[in-house]
Design a protein around this ligand. Structure first.
Ligand code: ATP
Ligand code: MG
Length: 544
C-alpha cells in the first residue's frame, strides 16, 4: 500500500521576539489523515506556531517544509472596508478558476496531430485533485451549513463578528486544501455549525492542524495533540493518541510523575545543602585556629574542605530541576450580592418586552434577574443573544419595552470578542487601563477604595504581562484582561457574552466553578456545549 502523502514537516522549530522566546523544539509531521490538535495556555504561542507553519512568520530556529495546497483560518479577522462576501468566495476559488481556465484554453488550442497529451493530462489531474467541477456547490453548501451569509454582494463590515468568521471558515473549508490550518475555529459556531465542522474535518483527505480550546472538538476529531505548555524537560509535548480524554489522562499522569520527581529532587537538594553548610562551617573553623598551631596542617585541611564543598555545589547544581513557572490559577474575588440600600425583594435587573430595531423583539417577555440570580441565554447563531445581553447591560437603548436596575448596582460586563478593542488604547498597558477604570468609578462615587478588586491576585495575567502594551498580548490574554477589568469594580451583577471564547481549557474549568459559587448575579450567553451542560439547571432563555 502506498504511504499517505506528507504535507508538512516542522523540525525543531523555535520562535522568539527580541529578548523573548515564545516556544522552542517543536517537531511535527502532518500527513494525509493526520488531524493534529494544538493546545496550551493563553500566550503559549499557538497562533504564532500556526503562522510559522503557514510560512507567514519565519522561525528563529529549525525548519518548516510544506508541499501541496494550503488554507489558513487565523484567530482574528481584521475587516477590510469594501470587501464583500463574494470577494472572500473568489479568493478561495482563485486556484480552481486558474486551473479551469488553463484547462479550457489548453483543450481549445489542442492540436490533435502534434499536441502533447502529457501537458493536458497534467492539467486534468490538477483539476481532478482540486475537484474543480464541484467547487461552487461546495462553497454554497459550506456557507449554508455553517449558517453563514450567502449574499455575495454583502459588505463584510456590515456583518456581525460571528457572521464574518463563519463566511471565512466556509470559504476555507470549501477549498479542500491538502493542508488546513485552523486557529480557534469554534468560537462563533452553534450546534449545527459545529456538527458540520466536525464531519468535514473527520473526512478531510489532507492534513489538519487545529488550535482549539473546545474539548469536545478535540475528542471528536484529533488524531494527536501537541501541548505547547512546557513539560518537565522544558519542551512542548506531543501526545500521540486520538482525542482530548486520552491526552488529559496522559498529561495528568506526566504531571504527577513530574511532581514526584520534583519533590524527590528538592529533598535531595535540601540534604546536600545541609551538608554543604556543615562543610563550610568546618572550613571557617579551620581558618580560626588558636594561635601558634601547625600552619601547614591547617592549610591542607582547608583545601580538602574547599574541594569537598565545591563538589557538593556541583552536585547541587546538577540535581536542580528546572521547573517552568506554572500558569497562574484563577482566584475569583468574593463579590457582593446586594447593592447598598437594596433589600433584594425586587429584581436586581429587569427588562420587559424589549424591542431593538430589526435586531430583537420579544413582546410579552419579562427577563428578571434577582440578586445572586442566574440566567443562561442560548440560541443559534444570529438569534440575538448578544443584542439581548447588551439590552440587559444598558449599552443599547431600547426602542420599546422597559429596563430597570437597582440603584447603586455595579455591573461587570464582558462583551463578545472583537467588539471590545475599540474602547481600548492598544498602546496602554493593562495596569494603566485598570487604573483608569477604577479612578473613573471612584470619581463617580460608585465605588469606595476598599472595594476595588486588585488585579494581580486574580491570577488572570502576570504582573509582567499587565505591564506590557495590550497590543502585544495574545488574543486570549486580552480576553483574560477583559475579564479582570469586569471584576475590579466588585460587581453585583456579571454579564458575560461568550466567556469561553479564546480562554484556555484550564481557565474555562476554573471560571465555571467560580460562576457556580459566586454571590453576585450572573447572566451568560454561550454556545459552548460543555458550559451549557455545567449550567443546565440555571434559568434559561432560548432565543430562536
Ligand atoms: N510584538 C510582540 N512582542 C513581544 N511579545 C509578543 C508580541 N506579540 C505577541 N507576543 C507574545 O507572544 C506570545 C505568543 O502569542 P500567541 O498569540 O501565539 O499565543 P496563543 O497561544 O495563540 O494565545 P491565545 O490562547 O491567547 O490565543 C504571547 O505571550 C504574546 O504576549
Ligand atoms: Mg492564539
Amino acid at each position: 500500500m502506498p504511504s499517505a502523502p506528507t504535507y508538512l514537516i516542522a523540525d525543531a522549530v523555535a520562535f522568539a521576539y527580541p529578548g523573548r522566546e515564545v516556544f522552542a523544539q517543536v517537531t511535527v509531521r502532518v500527513s494525509a489523515g493526520v488531524r493534529l490538535g494544538v493546545v496550551g495556555e493563553n500566550g503559549s504561542g499557538k497562533s504564532t506556531l500556526l503562522r510559522v507553519l503557514a510560512g507567514r512568520s519565519a522561525p528563529s530556529k529549525g525548519s518548516v517544509r510544506r508541499v501541496g495546497t494550503l488554507a489558513v483560518v487565523e484567530q482574528e479577522m481584521p475587516v477590510v472596508t469594501e470587501q464583500t462576501v463574494g470577494d472572500l468566495v473568489q479568493e478561495s476559488l482563485a486556484e480552481v478558476r486558474r486551473v479551469q481556465h488553463a484547462l479550457e484554453a489548453a483543450t481549445q488550442a489542442f492540436d490533435h496531430a502534434v499536441g502533447s497529451l502529457d501537458d493536458l493530462s497534467g492539467l486534468l489531474a490538477r483539476a481532478e485533485h482540486l475537484q474543480a467541477w464541484d467547487a461552487d456547490r461546495r462553497v454554497a453548501e459550506a456557507l449554508s451549513r455553517l449558517g453563514a451569509h450567502g449574499d455575495l454582494t454583502r459588505p463584510l463590515a456590515t456583518l456581525s463578528v460571528g457572521e464574518r468568521y463563519r463566511v471565512r471558515l466556509a470559504c476555507r473549508l470549501a477549498e479542500r486544501s491538502d493542508l488546513l490550518l485552523l486557529d480557534e475555529p469554534t468560537n462563533h459556531l452553534d450546534d449545527s455549525a459545529l456538527a458540520y465542522l466536525t464531519t468535514t474535518l473527520r473526512s478531510w483527505r489532507g492534513g489538519v492542524v487545529v488550535v482549539t480550546h473546545d474539548r469536545e472538538l478535540l475528542d471528536d476529531v484529533s488524531t494527536a495533540i501537541l501541548d505547547l505548555d512546557p513539560a518537565m524537560d522544558g519542551r512542548p509535548a506531543l501526545y500521540g493518541n486520538p482525542g482530548y480524554t486520552a491526552y488529559r489522562f496522559a498529561k495528568d499522569a506526566a504531571l504527577r510523575r513530574w511532581q514526584v520527581r520534583y519533590r524527590q529532587e528538592r529533598q535531595r537538594a535540601a540534604r546536600l545543602a545541609a551538608r554543604l553548610d556543615e562543610s563550610y562551617e568546618g572550613l571557617s573553623d579551620e581558618w580560626r585556629p588558636p594561635k601558634g598551631s601547625d600552619k601547614n596542617r591547617r592549610a591542607t585541611r582547608a583545601r580538602l574542605h574547599v574541594k569537598a564543598a565545591d563538589r557538593l555545589v556541583e552536585r547541587l547544581e546538577a540535581a536542580a530541576v528546572d521547573v517552568p513557572v506554572p500558569p497562574p490559577a484563577l482566584d475569583f474575588p468574593d463579590l457582593p450580592a446586594l447593592p447598598p440600600g437594596f433589600s433584594g425583594d425586587v429584581s436586581l435587573l429587569e427588562v420587559r418586552g424589549p424591542r431593538l430595531q430589526g435586531q430583537l423583539h420579544l413582546p410579552g417577555t419579562r427577563v428578571a434577574v434577582p440578586a445572586s440570580g442566574r440566567l443562561l441565554v442560548t440560541g443559534p447563531n444570529g438569534s440575538g443573544k448578544s443584542t439581548l445581553l447588551r439590552a440587559l447591560a444598558g449599552s443599547l437603548p431600547l426602542d420599546g419595552g422597559v429596563r430597570s436596575i437597582a440603584p447603586a448596582a455595579r455591573m461587570g460586563v464582558v462583551v463578545q470578542d472583537g467588539a471590545f478593542r475599540q474602547s481600548l488604547s492598544e498602546r496602554a498597558t493593562g495596569f494603566e487601563e485598570c487604573e483608569r477604570d477604577a479612578r473613573e468609578l471612584l470619581g463617580l462615587g460608585l465605588l469606595d477604595p476598599a472595594q476595588v478588586v486588585p488585579v494581580v491576585p486574580l491570577g488572570l495575567l502576570s504582573e509582567e504581562d499587565l505591564d506590557r502594551p495590550l497590543a502585544e498580548l495574545s488574543t486570549g490574554q486580552r480576553r483574560r484582561f477583559e475579564l479582570a477589568r469586569a471584576l475590579i469594580a466588585a460587581p453585583h451583577l456579571l454579564i458575560l457574552d461568550e466567556p469561553t471564547n479564546h480562554l484556555s481549557i484550564d481557565l474555562v474549568d476554573q471560571l465555571t466553578q467560580a460562576l457556580l459559587a459566586t454571590s453576585a448575579a450572573v447572566v451568560i450567553a454561550t454556545h459552548d456545549r460543555r458550559m451549557r451542560r455545567d449550567f443546565a439547571d440555571w434559568p434559561t432563555i432560548t432565543l430562536d
